[in-house]
Design a protein around this ligand. Structure first.
Ligand code: PRX
Length: 647
């Protein structure tokens, strides 16, 4: 198929921060002289005590370690707030759009946000929270979520945000893993007109978390929720009692900033730990260059703060750069499929950053929902979270952006802290479906399954050969797991878990995960997590989960389930298991297909041959490969004969 190439529009080439020549020069310097490049680039941050060392990093087992700007000190909240007060104190920092368009939006200036953050930082202190303590945040997309993050950063507490769509079980696991003794939540969340019982979920979770001493409850809907005396307090009440003066804590560059749990191919979700200095530099520089951001522009990243995109590109990156950042509580199709574009018009959004899954869902509703809105303020579009298929890319470009807005398809991960591979709008000719070229300081490489480097055009496993400032520093509580997960597969490199193709122009095309992680609507799920939820059900003996292609979600969840001997699988059990998984993990883990099977394909040593199950999930069953090592090959025939009819 002939590849379409979209050259950089002339106005972008001329006006952008970086054009093609500058990109090459800057990228070259960033890899040839990383110390010089990052010493200069880090001046974008206000340091309390300047650093003298820039980069002390090794991916090798013998001297493994990752430190950036190690002897410098800073405070991220001061970089996001205090330093703007003189120049743009009265500029809107957060533009909040509620779930229901009939309700009032909120406009919070930098000065107001600074006061709110200081006040809430004092609340945290008054509850005994100290530097290094973990604060769990289980809040909907409301400005107070950003206030809570920045308040933690201000006093040096480590926040751990748990997506408000996760179940009580998932929440409890994350609270326990990081020994958090305080939880911030709301009475209820509101999404697409539906209420989410956040406080009830917290109460249920805390049944398993006796160490939690304080729950601070924001009133979002005003629903009557039980308050446990001595433990639960009202957000507005405790905040009103505090002063708006709170000096920022002096943090070491390598002091922890936040933990964010994410799924891997094995075991329970890992607490990805980011530290203060390198992350601040990375979130702010990537936000500036990838979006060609100029202070004061209206910028909207539609991600939830429960994911890393919300951390780096709703809150930290934009605020460090003096942005007006839109925070949206709702969903793309409520009250109708015009919602995104109505918000764009309402606020005059210039830069919009969203996920392919939402675009695919909106595309299906027809162009009318888009074309009836103006969108004349839009200049730049972004995509994140999963590969964007060329059809969705073209639609985004032509219908949403009316052909005039470049699209930055940004590849990165929770672990990377910020964007790694992406076009720069004034520098990079676009190819639909390609994340194009590495950001400054990023050195991607492809290796085959044995770790042999692939030069030039080719297909392989994506690794990164040297450290960048925004890299995660450890898995909370398990440094060995950090090393094993990312640095042992292809020694000396960071292994991303993604497959990737590089074309003749040196453009990168992410082909998706090559480990047991699936990407459902841009949400990362470990198949092992869903399996362990399934086998926790009393009637389930064994389960194996694989991804399946899905038009809207990108990937769906296909579960093979073997029931206990005395259980007859039927439709009722299928429905029960779907509800069970939703309850154990959350609605994002809802299985799309459950296929009951008397046995799973196993080798003689008892290992499930996932390769075969993956092929069935992908409906690619003409060649299942070598099945001769199976203990019982007839199991496969049964699986093939009993595949559920898919729509
Ligand atoms: O497989 C890649 C996919 O999402 C994974 C990272 O997921 P998570 O840590 O939840 O972070 C998502 C937001 C940064 C990656 O390993 N992914 C992310 N962005 C892209 C992508 N795949 C293709 N193209 C992208 N632009």
């Amino acid at each position: 198929m002939a590849e379409t190439v979209y050259p950089v529009p002339a106005n972008w080439a001329q006006d952008a921060l970086v054009d093609e020549a500058a990109y090459h020069a800057m990228h070259r310097r960033s890899v040839e002289d990383p110390v010089g490049f990052w010493r200069d680039a880090a001046q974008r941050i206000d340091w309390i005590k300047p650093f003298t060392t820039v980069k002390q990093t090794s991916f090798n087992e013998a001297d493994f370690g990752i430190e950036w700007f190690a002897d410098g000190t800073l405070n991220l909240s001061a970089n996001a707030l205090d330093r703007h007060l003189e120049t743009r104190g009265d500029q809107v920092a957060i533009l909040w759009e509620p779930d229901d368009p009939a309700d009032a939006a909120r406009r919070i200036t930098y000065r107001e946000l600074h006061a709110d953050v200081c006040r809430f930082a004092n609340v945290l202190k008054s509850r005994g929270v100290q530097k290094g303590d973990r604060v769990t945040i289980y809040l909907p997309m409301v400005p107070e979520a950003a206030v809570a993050m920045l308040a933690c950063a201000r006093i040096g507490a480590i926040h751990s945000i748990v997506f408000a769509g996760f179940s009580p079980e998932a929440l409890a696991g994350r609270i326990t893993d990081c020994d958090s003794t305080i939880v911030l939540t709301a009475d209820e969340g509101l999404r697409g007109g539906k209420k989410v019982p956040l406080k009830d979920n917290v109460d249920e979770a805390l049944g398993h978390c006796p160490a939690v001493e304080t729950v601070i409850v924001l009133r979002r809907t005003g629903a009557a929720v039980p308050m446990v005396p001595g433990r639960d307090v009202d957000w507005a009440e405790v905040a009103a009692a505090q002063s708006t003066v709170c000096e920022p804590e002096e943090m070491g560059a390598e002091d922890p900033l936040f933990i964010l749990y994410t799924s891997g191919s094995t075991g329970k979700p890992k607490g990805v730990l980011h530290t203060t200095g390198g992350y601040s530099v990375w979130a702010s520089i990537t936000h500036q260059y990838v979006f060609d951001y100029r202070p004061g522009q209206i910028y909207w990243c539609a991600a939830d703060i429960g994911w890393v995109t919300g951390h780096s590109y709703v809150v930290y990156g934009p605020l460090m750069n003096g942005a007006t950042t839109v925070m949206f509580e709702g969903v793309p199709n409520y009250p109708d499929a015009s919602r995104f574009w109505q918000v764009v018009d309402k606020f005059g959004v210039e830069i919009f950053y969203g996920a392919p899954t939402a675009l695919r869902a909106l595309m299906r509703e027809g162009d009318e929902w888009v074309t009836r809105t103006s969108r004349k303020t839009l200049r730049l579009l972004g995509s994140v979270g999963e590969p964007i298929n060329p059809e969705a890319w073209e639609w985004y470009h032509k219908v949403v952006g009316e052909g005039r807005c470049p699209i930055v398809d940004t590849w990165w991960q929770t672990e990377t802290g910020g964007v790694m591979i992406s076009p720069l709008p004034g520098a990079t000719a676009l190819k639909p479906g390609s994340a194009t070229r590495p950001f400054f300081g990023v050195q991607p490489a492809l290796v085959d399954n044995e770790g042999v480097p692939i030069e030039g055009a080719g297909d392989g496993c994506l690794v990164i050969t040297d450290s960048w400032p925004g890299q995660m520093r450890t898995v909370w509580g398990d440094h060995e797991r950090f090393f094993q997960t990312y640095f042992s597969t292809f020694p000396g490199t960071y292994f991303t878990g993604d497959g990737c193709r590089r074309d003749e122009d040196g453009y990168y095309w992410i082909t998706g995960r090559i480990d047991d992680v699936i990407n459902v609507s841009g949400h990362r799920m470990g198949t092992a997590e869903i399996e362990s939820a399934l086998v926790a059900h009393a009637k389930v003996a064994e389960a194996a989960v694989v991804g399946m292609p899905h038009d809207i979600k990108g990937q769906g969840i296909y579960a093979f389930v073997t029931t206990n001997a005395n259980v007859e699988p039927d439709e009722a059990l299928r429905r029960e298991l779907v509800q069970w998984v939703r309850h154990e993990i959350g609605p994002i883990a809802t299985p799309d297909v459950i296929q009951f099977a008397p046995g799973l394909p196993k080798t003689r040593s008892g290992k499930i041959m996932r390769r075969i199950l993956r092929k069935i999930g992908e409906n690619d069953v003409s060649n299942l490969g070598d099945t001769s090592t199976l203990a019982d090959p007839s199991v496969v025939d049964h699986l093939l004969a009993n595949r559920p009819q898919l729509a």
